[in-house]
Design a protein around this ligand. Structure first.
Ligand SMILES: NC(=O)c1ccc[n+]([C@@H]2O[C@H](COP(=O)([O-])OP(=O)(O)OC[C@H]3O[C@@H](n4cnc5c(N)ncnc54)[C@H](O)[C@@H]3O)[C@@H](O)[C@H]2O)c1
Length: 296
């Protein structure tokens, strides 16, 4: 195991899919964690998920000599909407990681509260997939201390973290973010604040192109996926992967790339829009390019 981390907590805002996963990774690395959500139901669900995740990690020998119950005991949750609970959640933290939904207005509000509530010298990070780190840093009023720390789902399993430099992010902030990620057992990759960063910029247009191929009738979805698994030696075909990511997420990232770059090559495939409107979101709705035994 790595050296014992800082005793000040890591504050994580948003206890959904990503916030809970990030909290689990931080606890597994020995950090005390303050996990805050607007909803108490969300923190309850996250706590149960994290407990199960830590026990599983211990069974698989991935927790080193750490005891899962002790790791979980370093988790403190809080719930409440509005500024005051957010100030309280971040007040003691040496690292703040924002993982609230990808809604620009909400992110701006949360970042204003982070800027007002976090201590001087805290490392301020956002897990946003598509919003501008520069804008979030300005909203918080501490652009030099703000960077992107973009984890991948499921966080406890996937090793990559993109460390994103906003226009005014200090080098020291990026160095700290990188060491923090390494302390979690992750592999950081640095990039500039550009829409989609690295992975989504490459991956999502590829999934979009596969959706276009299917819609044009160039081949059946099964054939498109088989071609890529066998021809490019990929573990999963693009349409199965799009279903896994969520067709709504694929569409939303394409819309961001299209809007931000103003380049027609990022035009979202119309079939994605049709499917999302019809509630066919992929695995999570039971139906996407493939069927998953749901009632959709
Ligand atoms: N899901 C993914 O695969 C994925 C991968 C990488 C990055 N991201 C990014 O991570 C962020 C979170 O995504 P997610 O999938 O975990 O979302 P989610 O909807 O699962 O969770 C978000 C949580 O934030 C809470 N929340 C809402 N308003 C809040 C507030 N004011 N204060 C505190 N908590 C609040 C919600 O109650 C919810 O529990 C987004 O920016 C998303 O783009 C998601």
């Amino acid at each position: 195991m790595n050296a014992e981390p800082d005793r000040n907590p890591v504050a994580i805002l948003g206890a959904g899919t990503m916030g809970a996963g990030i909290a689990q990774a931080c606890l597994a690395a020995g950090h005390p964690v303050r996990l805050h959500d607007a909803s108490e139901e969300a923190t309850g669900r996250a706590e149960a998920r994290i407990g199960t995740g830590l026990r599983r990690a211990a069974e698989k020998g991935r927790l080193g000599d750490r005891d899962p119950a002790k790791a979980l005991a370093a988790l403190r949750t809080s719930a409440g909407a509005g500024e005051a609970p957010l100030h309280d959640a971040v007040a003691e933290a040496s690292v703040v990681i924002e993982a609230v939904p990808e809604d620009p207005g909400l992110k701006r509000e949360v970042w204003t509260a982070i800027g007002a509530g976090a201590r001087d010298g805290a490392l301020l990070c956002s897990n946003t997939s598509s919003l501008s780190i520069t804008e979030l840093g300005e909203a918080g009023g501490r652009p030099g201390a703000t960077c992107g720390l973009h984890f991948f789902n499921p966080v406890p399993v996937l090793p990559l973290v993109e460390v994103v430099r906003g226009e005014r992010t200090h080098d020291a902030t990026l160095d700290r973010a990188e060491s923090f990620a390494v302390g979690l057992g992750k592999t950081p990759v640095r990039c500039l604040d550009r829409p989609g960063f690295l992975v989504n910029r490459l991956l999502i247009p590829y999934l979009n192109e596969a959706a276009l191929l299917a819609d044009e009738g160039t081949a059946e979805p099964e054939a498109i996926d088989r071609a890529m698994t066998l021809g490019a030696n990929l573990p999963l075909g693009p349409l199965a992967l799009a279903d896994l990511v969520g067709l709504d997420v694929v569409l939303q990232v394409m819309e961001t790339l299209h809007r931000e770059f103003g380049d027609p090559r990022y035009r979202p495939a119309p079939v994605l829009r049709r499917m999302v409107r019809a509630g066919r979101l992929g695995r999570k709705s039971g139906e996407g390019f493939f069927s998953y035994g749901g009632d959709a």
